[in-house]
Design a protein around this ligand. Structure first.
Ligand code: FES
Ligand code: FE2
Length: 355
């Protein structure tokens, strides 16, 4: 399995990287060490000491938190990956002793990393202004999935599974009756999949946000994908036949980053849209419940199925992912194809550079 490398991937929520700590992560099959320096800037580099290949994340921060000291023989590296100190013999810094550094940007309360060969372009960081400023955001949460990242993206792109896997909580048998429309966005690196479902029994999650009366509703689920693996689910309910402006819902945001071929990091949070206020402490309690119910849906319901798919795909006979697509997989199929084109283009570039 290959990944698009010339793209921005989420490392973690900004709030989860404390000054003074070294965090080792595998991202896109590469070991990465991340730390926040005393100025608050985030640094990321390959988690490999060039001397004897010890993981730098096993070392410690020295020089007032600006350098990583390798735990094995004490070489020190600055935030740009430059070997800054050799404590041995003459102290000469040997050739080829620098570590590859990665471009990192903090935006939308997330830490983004660029691991490609092309120059990092901050202008193409996926757009998530809802995570900024005055919006009240539910718990900035995350899970580790023992599955390829694309299986997690597939799951989010095809919300028809809410009828079965999340029955009662996010959908029900009537959910699959909705109209689905795939709407290409202005660039090939984004896609919108729209669904509107008339007159269904209200799923528990939406009843919590809406009238709390168990009455039937119309339901919309509009999923936007941004390259490489960032999604926003604009979803909510309104009274049957009424415009969505009279209803309520959430924007659920999802960020998936490959760890290895068969594991991924999954970060998520939500913002309410057109909220019906209960005042306090009711509104804070609702935000807490939103976070808890979504985590339950992802951790208990989605994770099991997705990791189950991965276990099957690990069997040698299923090497080629012989999926049988349904009409509801239209978005999934076109995004997989688009990503494969990008991966092929990167491979061509690499071959041209090497030859
Ligand atoms: S392995 Fe890092 S200094 Fe020796
Ligand atoms: Fe799901």
């Amino acid at each position: 399995m290959d990944f698009v490398r010339n793209a921005w991937y989420v490392v973690m929520w900004s709030q989860d990287l404390k000054a003074g700590e070294l965090v080792g992560r595998t991202l896109l099959n590469d070991p990465v060490v991340i730390f926040r320096d005393p100025d608050g800037r985030v640094n990321a580099m390959e988690d490999i000491c060039p001397h004897r290949l010890a993981p730098l994340s096993m070392g410690k921060l020295v020089n007032e938190g600006k350098h990583i000291r390798c735990a094995y023989h004490g070489l020190e590296f600055d935030g740009a990956g430059k070997c800054a100190h050799n404590p041995h013999a003459s102290g000469r810094i040997p050739k080829n002793s620098d570590v590859r550094a990665y471009s990192v940007v903090e935006k939308h309360s997330l830490i983004w990393i660029w691991m490609g060969e092309r120059a990092a372009d901050p202008a193409i960081i996926p757009y998530f202004p809802l995570l900024d400023g005055a919006h009240q955001v539910s718990k900035r949460d995350w899970l580790k999935m023992q599955a390829n990242y694309q299986l997690v993206v597939d799951n989010l792109l095809d919300v028809s599974h809410t009828a079965f896997l999340h029955e009662g909580l996010l959908g029900g048998p009537d959910t699959i009756k909705g109209n689905m429309k795939v709407v290409p966005k202005e660039t090939k690196n984004a896609l919108l999949i729209e669904r509107w479902i008339d007159n269904i029994p209200v799923p528990k999650f939406f009843d919590l946000l809406f009238k709390r009366d168990g009455q039937r509703v119309d339901n919309w689920m509009n999923m936007t994908w941004q390259m490489p693996a960032c999604l926003t689910n604009d979803t909510g309910v309104t009274s049957p036949g009424k415009p969505r402006g009279e209803g309520t819902g959430i924007f659920g945001m999802h960020f998936i980053t490959p760890e290895t071929d068969r594991s991924s990091w999954y970060h998520f949070a939500a913002v309410r849209q057109n909220p019906i206020s209960l005042g306090e402490p009711g509104d804070s309690e609702t935000m807490k419940q939103i976070a808890e119910l979504r985590r339950y849906a992802f951790e208990v319901q989605d994770k099991g199925i997705i990791e189950g798919q991965q276990r099957i795909l690990d069997m040698p006979r299923f090497k080629d992912e012989p999926f049988v697509p349904l009409e509801t997989d239209l978005g999934t199929v076109s995004i997989r194809r688009h990503l494969q084109d990008l991966i092929d283009a990167e491979k061509k570039e690499k071959t041209a550079v090497e030859s």
